[in-house]
Design a protein around this ligand. Structure first.
Ligand code: ATP
Ligand code: MG
Length: 566
């Protein structure tokens, strides 16, 4: 049966083109099999999300399979905690590897046997040069390499030495196994690259069984081939390694030969995107952990309030390119805003409260006013919001001595209270010593209740508010970019990326007041706080009786504005 290979335009990219062509040519018996191969040396970040969406997405769209494979060939930096977090993050993004969970360390025995084969065929040798000498002998782009004196070792000697390496009879760094390729190759990766090194450290899965570990460039192609991968998708920095990828597979006896395809990695403004740097932020406590809501990790974005759908949508929209570029972080924010505009119930929340008393409103009266749950979805109906004589409004929404363009509350001025009445400011009560405004006293016009037929008068400003007696208290955390520079990684004389951490990236507000309908909201629930943005009940620090909200994003959409201008 012929499979139709027409893709929706949004899926079109050069990798899909290659796969479509391969399917037409009946390459790989018509199979499509990809893999996502993280090294378990840190938590996944949004860049990895792009690779996950690409690999699992391509498999889905082409009736193929995608494996999850831990590239755990470097025992010193890897931990079980990272393995667990990576699995959780991939699943949370909405992808499933079924029974195809693999570890490069599962292949150590086979990798060893293939190395023995290379030695037997005269294509690998044990080299005693020190790491410094190896580097020096390798040459540079303009200077050809020099052959190691060990290059002419006999096959027998090489086999014996390699066995000794494996048996732990030689100390760390005593020698390495190298491929015998070409010391004059214009590609430095082909100048007798190292395949194995001695490292006497425990591995999180193989324990102390091995004291030699394969290098990535050797283990990766073989792991791919053993799993029958058809398209090995990786980032651009591996382009120069592709000849080595192919050399390894061409020189051993193995059934499959996957095709390596490189794409541009994702970079985001105001963000660092390497596990090493993210780990530094965690270890030096610039952030509270890998899941700090300011981190670009998947766990950080999840805690911040991003949804899997918004991240997948973002990865779709940025597309797949062959040249590196930097994506505006505003685009990521746009994706979650768009989703939550449709999905998040509306709430009034006063983050910095100022007491407001309506002097002519009956004492003890509580009216239950109607408000839309979400005006974008009228079918959801209304919620009730209590209104009474003592309210709180936002401190910023009142000015005693306002400039001309200030349309909010000021002495003698009128504003509308959202879903309620028009009020007029009559006087203020101040702290005798500091002069700080403690209370605003107003009168209300009973004929102006929202939705009533008598409600015809218009005023310029509309304020949100909560009723003092019924409001619930909460802590709210506001976030800004973690870095003050668009490109914190850019090399500047003597500067380190942590020099550009934004001291204002976290603001904690402890006395916020919310309308009572939010009481008991479960961790992970998302809301729009009118005029403030989208918020999520923190999943880590919210406790019974003390709710913590994280601001996901404000309402201001700089990305949408940019696009309108364009
Ligand atoms: P980092 O430099 O952040 O430590 P890495 O490439 O070393 O990342 P791996 O665990 O080796 O991390 O990555 C697993 C997969 O994710 C690889 O295929 C890698 O190419 C891909 N990947 C890593 N970072 C990005 C990124 N910023 N954009 C797209 N893909 C990425
Ligand atoms: Mg890596």
């Amino acid at each position: 049966m012929e499979t139709p290979f027409t893709e929706p335009a949004s899926y079109a990219n050069f990798i899909q083109d290659i796969i479509t062509e391969d399917l037409k040519m009946k390459k790989n018996e018509g199979r499509v099999h990809t893999r996502f191969p993280p090294e378990p040396n840190g938590y996944l970040h949004i860049g990895h999300a792009k690779s996950i969406c690409l690999n699992f997405g391509i498999a889905d769209r082409n009736r193929g399979l995608c494996n999850l494979r831990f590239d755990d060939t470097n025992p010193s930096k890897e931990e079980v905690e990272y393995v667990d977090s990576i699995k959780e993050d991939v699943r949370w993004l909405g992808y499933d590897w079924d029974d195809r969970l693999f570890y490069a360390s599962d292949y150590f025995e086979e990798l060893y046997r293939f190395a023995v084969q290379l030695i037997r065929d005269g294509k690998a040798y044990v080299c005693d040069l020190t790491p410094e000498e190896i580097r020096d002998y390798r040459g540079t782009l303009t200077r050809p390499g020099k052959e190691s004196p060990c290059r002419s070792r006999s096959v027998e000697d090489n086999l014996k030495l390699f066995e000794k390496m494996r048996a732990g009879e030689l100390p760390d760094g005593a020698c390495v196994l190298r491929a015998k390729i070409d010391m004059t190759s214009p590609n430095l990766n082909m100048r007798d690259p190292v395949l194995y090194r001695i490292q006497k450290s425990s591995h999180h899965r193989t324990g102390d069984r091995w004291c030699i570990y394969p290098m990535y460039d050797y283990a990766h192609p073989i792991s791919d081939a053993l799993e029958g991968i058809t398209h090995s998708i990786c980032t651009l920095e591996f382009e120069d390694h592709r000849p080595l990828y192919d050399w390894v597979l061409d020189n051993i006896d193995i059934k499959y030969h996957p095709r390596q395809i490189e794409f541009a990695r994702l970079n985001l403004t105001y963000t660092v995107m390497s596990k090493r740097k993210l780990r530094e932020l965690v270890e030096k406590q610039f952030v509270s952990g890998w899941d700090d809501p300011r981190m670009p990790t998947i766990s950080g974005l999840r805690r911040r309030g991003y949804t899997p759908g918004a991240l997948r949508d973002f990865c779709d929209r940025i597309g797949v390119a062959k040249a590196n570029s930097v994506v505006d972080i505003a685009m990521l924010e746009h994706c979650i805003r768009e989703e939550l505009n449709l999905g998040a119930p509306r709430v009034m929340a006063v983050l910095r409260p100022l007491r407001l008393i309506i002097d002519n409103y009956p004492e003890g009266l509580v009216e239950e006013l109607d408000a839309d749950i979400n005006p974008e979805q009228p079918d959801l109906g209304k919620r009730k919001v209590p209104f009474s004589r003592v309210l709180y409004i936002e401190r910023d929404d009142f000015m005693e001595d306002p400039p001309k363009k200030f349309f909010r509350l000021a002495p003698g001025r009128e504003v509308r209270l959202k879903h309620a009445y028009i009020i007029k400011c009559e006087r203020v009560v101040k702290d005798q010593e500091t002069g700080e405004v403690l209370e605003v006293h107003c009168t209300y016009d009973p004929d102006t209740r929202s939705g009533l037929s008598t409600d015809v008068r218009k005023v310029k400003g509309t304020l949100h508010w909560v009723s003092a007696e019924q409001a619930i208290k909460a802590q709210v955390r506001l976030y800004e970019h973690l870095f003050t520079r668009e490109n914190p990684e850019e090399d500047r004389e003597g500067a380190h990326f942590t020099d550009f951490i934004n001291p204002q990236s976290l603001e904690v507000l402890t006395d916020c007041l919310l309308e009572p309908g939010v009481a008991g909201a479960l961790p992970g629930s998302r809301f729009q706080f009118l005029r403030h943005g989208y918020f999520i009940v923190d999943t880590v620090e919210s406790k019974e009786g003390s709710t913590v909200f994280n601001r996901i994003v404000s309402l201001k959409d700089s990305w949408a504005r940019l696009r309108q201008k364009a």
